[in-house]
Design a binder for this molecule. Structure first.
Ligand SMILES: NC(=O)c1ccc[n+]([C@@H]2O[C@H](COP(=O)([O-])OP(=O)(O)OC[C@H]3O[C@@H](n4cnc5c(N)ncnc54)[C@H](O)[C@@H]3O)[C@@H](O)[C@H]2O)c1
Length: 305
């Protein structure tokens, strides 16, 4: 996968999945603007890329505002002359059940994920449209956004919103040759290593043991580097016709998420009354209700965690 001559921004790439994405892009030949909240983290990540022979600069700014998004696009243009790939990966969690979630918990997550994705994608799209030769917007979703997740009102809403923006932008930017997709990753990072069911396996992995097959295949759970393969692909000419998709990756698994669509329909001549809906619900559209939430991991010998 040769991305020589392409220029990418990866938000939140000081560590975790973002660093793996930036490293994979640089390995494929792209020049990368690394971003994170603090200068030291961003600089350290950029140095790890340049020391391995890649091209990278660091831009420390908190994504969420239009100014931050513009600063990232401007840095790409100032350092490398153009922008071809925008990866909106920066993210935080503030988990609480609905009745305990504060306005601040909600706003912090929505600002970073949803607003951060909107502002960075918009700034990138404006620049790519001016350049006139296409580009790749790679946004980041989550299984929580696809299905909902207990304790994640703010996060699930933001990630579902990102999937909706991806579908919208894929239509709006098609004429400009700009593809728009969402990665739906699952990986061992600071964000996930506290999940109790996975903790012992992640600890063993840090000591050099491989992750067991039931995690890599069954749960699609692996390392950040496993997820990174999708990014150079989506940024490349090989993915020019791939747009508007939510693509799962993790461990040994690659997946395509379905988009919402009607799964059952029923008709009443002249329209429905509440009584008619009640009378037919269980035998018509309500016969097989949709499930919610991310299925609990099944740990061999231990049942569902
Ligand atoms: N790890 C997983 O299994 C998983 C699953 C689904 C989705 N994701 C998503 O992948 C992305 C990366 O997650 P991760 O697991 O690598 O998390 P992480 O916590 O290891 O890394 C996130 C990075 O983003 C940075 N960041 C946070 N707010 C920022 C801001 N406003 N501006 C710039 N940088 C900011 C953090 O400092 C950190 O370096 C997130 O969007 C997350 O929601 C992760």
């Amino acid at each position: 996968m040769d991305l020589t001559g392409k220029v990418a921004v990866v938000t939140g790439s000081g560590r975790g999945l973002g660093l793996a994405y930036a490293t994979a892009l640089a390995r494929a030949g792209a020049a990368v603007v690394v971003n994170d909240l603090d200068a030291e983290t961003a600089e350290r990540a950029a140095t790890s890329i340049t020391e391995a022979g890649g091209r990278a600069v660091a831009e420390a700014v908190a994504v969420g505002t239009s100014e931050a998004a513009q600063a990232l696009v401007d840095r790409a243009v100032a350092a490398f002359g153009r922008l071809d790939v925008m990866v909106t990966n920066a993210g935080i969690l503030r988990d609480k059940v609905l009745w305990k979630m504060t306005d601040e918990d909600f706003d912090a997550v929505v600002t970073t994920h949803l607003r951060g994705t909107f502002t960075c994608a918009r700034a990138a799209a404006i620049r790519m449209r001016e350049q006139g030769d296409g580009g790749s917007l790679i946004m980041v979703g989550s299984p929580a956004g696809q299905r909902g997740n207990f304790g994640q009102t703010n996060y699930a809403a933001a990630k579902a919103g990102i999937a909706a923006m991806v579908r919208t932008w894929s239509m709006e930017l098609a004429r400009a040759g700009i593809t728009v997709n969402a990665i739906v990753p699952v990986a061992a990072t600071a964000m996930t290593e506290t999940i109790p069911a996975f903790a012992p396996y992640i600890e063993a992995m840090k000591q050099g043991a491989p992750l067991p097959g039931f995690l890599r295949k069954g749960e699609g759970f692996g390392t950040a580097a496993d997820c990174a393969a999708l990014v150079p692909f989506l940024a490349s000419g090989a993915a020019r016709s791939v747009t508007g998709q939510c693509i799962g990756i993790g461990g040994d698994k690659l997946a395509l998420w379905s988009h919402p669509h009607e799964t059952a329909v029923a008709y009443a001549d002249g329209g429905w009354s509440p009584e008619a809906i009640a009378a037919s619900w269980a035998t018509s559209v309500g016969r097989e209700p949709q499930t919610t939430g991310i299925p609990a991991p099944v740990i061999p010998g231990g049942g569902a965690a």
